[in-house]
Write a protein that binds this ligand. Sequence first.
Ligand code: MLT
Length: 409
Amino acid sequence: MAFINEHYLKLQAGYLFPEIGRRVSDFKSAHPERKVIDMGIGDVTQPLVPSVIKAFHEGVDEMARIETFKGYGPEQGYGFLRESIAQNAYLSRGVEIHAGEIFISDGSKCDTGNIQEIFGHENKIAICDPVYPVYSDTTVMAGKTGSRKKNGYYEGIIYMPCTEENRFIPELPEEVPGLIFLCFPNNPTGAVATKEELKKWVDYAIAHKSIILYDAAYEAFIQEESIPHSIFEIEGAKRVAIEFRSFSKTAGFTGTRCAFTVIPEELVAYDSKGKTHPVKKFWNRRQATKFNGVSYPVQKAAAAVYTEKGQKEVRELIAYYLENARLMDESLQTAGFKVFGGKNAPYIWMKTPNNIPSWDFFDKLLNEAQVVGTPGSGFGPSGEGYFRFSAFANRENVLEAMERIKHLS
Ligand code: MLT
């Protein structure tokens, strides 16, 4: 008899975005004549920039010639991309991260989920509420929680509510976690953390020998000079943090797939006898066993992001989405909604009108305006009564969606 992993039974029926997709597809089948505007999942809409496409083509052409053909690449990623990331994303900003600490992957979603494998089951995990659902769902799948309680929380997870009162920046938890998931600029609230705020977390992690799992997938959207792009800008962070970064939102790679995870040499975790072990070694072992790397043309395309031309082009891409966010913020505020985020992040987080439950607002918006967003409660109980719009849409769709929302009854 084959037994199932029963931890999956604790999960809510479906992952958030497929559930939204299901409702939208039902609506479309019932009303094929209506044009639905999707501002739900944070998926990019603009094509890859010319420098990236050129490098991508070159990579493909190299695979077509015997002299340049490549089979398996290094599991950690090609040296040229790791070097380029170290130089351009870190060293040029005064952050001492080196190529050997960078692991190329096919996405931060996979990495933030997979990383849990190398840490012991006895770790308590702290998670913001609301939060990108992958952190909690993968914690459940890994069997590190009890059942789902009536309030939507899983037993065994330390939840850190992020509310209007704390400006969506979590308080340090009283119960000490082994692992702490943080995400800034934040998905879903669009909040950013200052150096002082991150310093508190780093000091806390040092004091308690915890590890911060820092998701910086949206760092390219930061506009304010004083906001850190990396947790490693904070003194001491290399002793207590892992950082996840992605080309998905930075350079439109959601369909192309390329990301990276940074594990500093000095980061250690403990065994049951209190002996320290370098975390990097364990992740390397995991990746070398279970992963064969990202395809060569994709890594070549990702490296082009860091050329002078590539940088200029991706900055224009980010500016396009941020202008969407600005227009959305302006229109929604004019229409009387209370709106957050959208300044250093591609997400607008807003209060539902008259506090109506998030999924009810989702249905209302879909049925009455044919606009799709993401219900705040899908990101956790503290997201109830909120709604998220993604700014990764075409400009004309953004304008049309805002016009339709203005006329919502
Ligand atoms: C989101 O909409 O929250 C993101 O697109 C999900 C993701 O990046 O996997």
